[in-house]
Design a protein around this ligand. Sequence first.
Ligand code: AMP
Length: 174
Amino acid sequence: MRSASDLDSAIRDVPDFPKPGILFKDITPILGDPDLFKASLDLLAATAGDTKIDKVVGIDARGFIFAAGVAHILGAGFVPVRKKGKLPWTTHQMAYSLEYGEDVVEIHADAIKPGEKILLVDDLLATGGTAAASIKLLKALDADIVGISFLIELADLKGREALGQPDVHSILTY
Ligand code: AMP
């Protein structure tokens, strides 16, 4: 099995994408390598520990890739949190601040039953704005949030503090 340091070696740093000053962590080399992709999913799935997870929630869009695989490993369902206007049914919405302006995430109102055990998964924790808004959506549905797991955490941005949740896991920290 490949390790976290193998994943680290595969991540491609792309300076000034999508705008000047951002060092973009490109995870596509992990996705394209069967052993690395499997390792990333196994490591994320292991963050659930012994708790039986009912649903893995993935955040639009790279979070879907990992959350769906983790749900398969854990024998759980998959639920998408999407950017505004993409989900067809009745939704709960939550606005959050961006560097310039605001964005909105949504979840289907019937996606999670009260008390269901949830693992929230995304590719990367930066400022934590997206994940914090997703957590608010899950709380509005009375979900039992067992953990919040990221492949990558950019520690300098202190996103972990913005989440205000105990069980935040990251496989790689920069
Ligand atoms: P944030 O809400 O600031 O925590 O941003 C999280 C989302 O933005 C993640 O879902 C990432 O997909 C994306 N993101 C933010 N910063 C980066 C980065 N440096 N490299 C790659 N993706 C990023």
